[in-house]
Structures are given as C-alpha cells and as structure tokens.
Design a protein around this ligand. Structure first.
Ligand SMILES: NC(=O)c1ccc[n+]([C@@H]2O[C@H](COP(=O)([O-])OP(=O)(O)OC[C@H]3O[C@@H](n4cnc5c(N)ncnc54)[C@H](OP(=O)(O)O)[C@@H]3O)[C@@H](O)[C@H]2O)c1
Length: 327
C-alpha cells in the first residue's frame, strides 16, 4: 500500500484527497519508482478542474523523480536502486510510489538531485523544444514570453538569453518583474494588478513598430488576441497553455490579414514521442543545468498531503518558478 493523492469528482483544490492505494508489482515494460519529489504542473490544475478529462476516480500528475525499487519483465537498461525521473501518464505521479513505463524513465546524472529533477523535466524540455524546434530562436531575435516569472517562463527567459535573444516578458506583478529580470528577461511588462500595462503597445515600441518573430503564450484567453497583434510579418504564435482559459477560435483568413502569421499549439508529447527524442531532450536539459547556464528555481516545497494548498497557490498566481511536492 502507498499514499497517493486522488480525486473522485472534478472541482476546486478541495477535491484532492490523500488515500491509501495498492499499486502492486510492475508489469512487462514497467518499473516501480519510490518517489522523492513530484512536480506540480499547471496542467494538473486543468485535469483536476475537468478541463482536461480523465476517468474518475483518478490519481493526478505526470512527473516525479526518485529511485527504482522494482522492475518488470522486458525492461533493459534500468536497474533497482538507480535514481531516475519520469514524465508519463496515466495520471498518478502524486504518490509515494508509482508504476511507470520504462520507455519514459530517464536516469539522473550525478549532481542533479531528485527535487530539482522533478521541478524541471516537463518545464525544461518544454522550454527546449519551444526555443529550438517550434521556432529556432537565434542571436539578435527579440521575443515575447508570457508568464515570464512562472515555472516554464523562468527557464524560457534564461535559455533564450543564452541563445542571444532579447527577451520581453509579461508578469502579474512588480515583484514578479524583478524575478523575471534576474533570470534574463530584459523587458518585463506588468499585466496584472491595478494598473496593467498595454503589452501590445510596449512590444511595438520596443521593436520599433516591427513586432516580434515569435510569441510564447501559455496564458491563453487573456493574452491571445494581444499576442497575435505583437507578431511581426510571418511571425509565429506558439500558444502552448491556457492558464486563463481557452481562446476563441480563429478563422485561417485572419492569419493572412495579420501578416501571413503562423499559429501552432505544440505539446511536449509530440516533441519527445520516441525514446531517442526523449533522451536527446533530457540530456540537453541536463547539460544546460549542470553547466549552470540555467538555474531551476523552486519557490516552494509542499508535503504530498498538502497538494490542495499547492494547487490553490499556483492557480491564484502566488507562485514563481517551479513548485514541488515532497513524497
Ligand atoms: N504545451 C506544452 O507542452 C506545455 C508543457 C508544460 C507547460 N505548459 C503550459 O505552460 C504554462 C506554464 O506552466 P507552469 O506549470 O510552469 O505554470 P506557471 O507558469 O508557473 O503558472 C501559471 C502562471 O500563469 C500566469 N497567469 C496569467 N493569467 C492567469 C490566470 N488567469 N490564472 C492563473 N495563472 C495565470 C501566472 O503568472 P503571472 O501572475 O506572472 O501572470 C501564473 O503564475 C501552463 O499554461 C501550462 O499548461 C504547456
């Protein structure tokens, strides 16, 4: 038996319950991981609310790090006692231990502790594909990153800076602006609070009217139209999250009228679909962190039983960087 966070109905943070569950032995192709730390990702909130549907009752979470304690048949390259991280469904990472498909398990290098690994795998691999694959950011580009002080945001700012870009970022408060700036955001724009700035006007002013070649938008409904308006001719909007809700539909012809711009909704799963892609992505991230080009900021740790409090803090925009549950 192990303790796990489960929910029987969708709703607010209060639907999350700590329960005893039987997880059993790993089947073919599976390992059992004794979790040390578990990521709280914004998508977990959307699953809990029912925006992303799962069959109920359900566990929650895709991402954790710990030690392999049992191995099923037909698993090669992994051994009991190895330190690993895993990003995989079905939802169930919010637990002291979990079964995971071996194909999605990555060994952790020396020097990357489990707590940091749990905080960075989804967010860091997402930042990587956004900057290197969805749109190839190069030295001299000026880009726009929304939620720049958030978990993905702080990694995007640092990585883009390393690539030689100028980073414009939106944040919810002056305090978050200072944090984003300390992580490579050249021009933080405060769009929350009592006197929100007009980020479209600021982006146009900062780019001499030209607009930016790429916008990374994880906020969704509240920023989507402004993000389109910030694009340079033939620019690309990577709409990769919906913290404020789903944007309204866009007719293709509007993209032409806006300057033959591109719109995509990329997902990490499609950029790490093969084992080779997953390892290339994870290893690139490990290198960036080990060489201190990127710092993984964890603004709060929570006990597993306090998952509801972690969710409330994140959805009320009280967190910066990553947050983790300690198993
Ligand atoms: N597509 C993918 O592959 C992929 C992978 C990973 C994450 N994501 C997405 O990337 C985003 C960032 O994930 P994260 O886990 O690192 O979260 P996060 O950025 O740490 O937290 C979300 C942030 O969104 C901002 N926000 C703006 N309007 C909001 C609203 N109405 N309600 C709540 N938050 C609002 C807040 O920052 P301010 O207060 O500073 O505005 C908040 O801190 C999420 O949307 C997530 O779903 C997508």
């Amino acid at each position: 038996m192990t303790k796990a966070i489960r929910f029987h109905a969708t709703g607010g943070p209060e639907v999350l319950r700590l329960e005893e569950v039987e997880i059993g032995e790993p089947g073919p192709g599976e390992v059992r991981i004794r979790n040390a730390a578990i990521a709280v990702n914004y998508r977990d909130i959307l699953v809990r609310r029912g925006t992303h549907r799962v069959a109920l009752p359900s566990g929650l979470g895709l991402e954790s790090a710990g030690v392999i304690e049992a191995i099923g048949a037909q698993v090669s390259g992994l051994a009991i006692g190895q330190r690993v991280a895993c990003v995989a469904g079905p939802d169930g990472a919010y637990a002291q231990a979990r079964l995971a498909p071996a194909a999605r398990v990555v060994r952790l290098p020396e020097g990357i502790e489990a707590r940091v690994a749990a905080a960075m795998m989804i967010r860091g691999m997402t930042a990587r594909y956004l900057l290197h694959e969805t749109f190839r950011v190069k030295a001299g580009d000026t880009i726009l990153v929304h939620a720049a002080a958030g978990g993905v945001g702080l990694i995007l700012c640092q990585w883009a800076k390393h690539l030689g870009a100028t980073v414009i970022g939106t944040v919810g408060s002056a305090d978050k602006a200072a944090i984003a700036r300390a992580h490579g955001c050249d021009h933080p724009i405060v769009i929350g609070g009592g006197e929100p700035e007009d980020f479209v006007a600021r982006v146009r002013a900062l780019t001499g009217g030209a607009g930016v070649p790429v916008v990374y938008d994880s906020i969704g409904k509240a920023t989507f139209e402004g993000s389109l308006a910030c694009l340079a001719r033939r620019g690309l909007l990577a709409s990769f999250g919906e913290a404020s809700g789903d944007p309204d539909p866009v007719a293709p012809r509007r993209l032409g009228a806006l300057g033959s711009v591109y719109l995509t909704h990329p997902s990490l799963g499609d950029y790490t679909a093969t084992r080779a892609d997953l390892l290339a992505s994870a290893n690139h991230l490990f290198d960036m962190v080990a060489s201190r080009k990127i710092r993984i900021e964890i603004s709060a740790d929570y006990a597993l039983r306090d998952a509801a409090r972690a969710h409330a803090d994140m959805e009320q925009r009280r967190t910066t960087g990553s947050i983790v549950l300690i198993a």
